[in-house]
Design a protein around this ligand. Structure first.
Ligand code: DQA
Length: 146
């Protein structure tokens, strides 16, 4: 079973975007690290980014049957998107919410996540390592420890 990593708006700018908050690691470098760890854990990963809310919704809908779980950094759509929330609950696909930054320690508008209640859990604040933790969390959802 494969895992689907979805990245929302502006995450294609990682490395250059507000490095004081998001660090200097690019999304391509994060993808490489995730794929290396996924290889060690024996799971295949598909890693995508889109600035379009609709495309992210479509990818969640299409994930059913092909992917065991989704690891989602929805970027700013985290705080606004009922459509993403509905896609997760409509498909029922196990989803792990991740963020590079600790959204609870930032501006108040970032404290609320529209998707948190329909995700299996949330990981935030560990920089690029949030992605590796997200991978391990998602894997535990599809391969529960014996
Ligand atoms: C983010 C946090 C969001 O609030 C923000 O809009 C992002 C990135 C993170 O990974 O820390 O684009 O999801």
């Amino acid at each position: 079973m494969k895992l689907l990593f979805l990245n929302g708006p502006n995450l294609n700018l990682l490395g250059k975007r507000e490095p004081g908050i998001y660090g200097k690691t690019t999304l391509a470098e994060i993808e490489t690290t995730v794929c290396q760890r996924a290889g060690e854990l024996g799971v295949a990963v598909d890693f995508r980014q889109s600035n379009s809310e609709g495309e992210l919704v479509t990818w969640i809908q299409q994930a059913v049957g092909e992917f065991g779980a989704v690891v989602l950094n929805a970027g700013a759509y985290t705080h606004t998107s009922i459509a993403l929330r509905d896609a997760i609950s409509a498909t029922g696909i196990p989803t792990v919410e991740i963020h590079l930054s600790n959204i609870h320690a930032r501006e108040e508008f970032r404290h609320h996540s529209m998707i948190a209640a329909v995700c299996r859990g949330q990981i935030c604040g560990f920089g690029p390592h949030s992605y590796v933790l997200g991978l391990e969390a998602a894997l535990s959802l599809i391969k529960p420890a014996a």
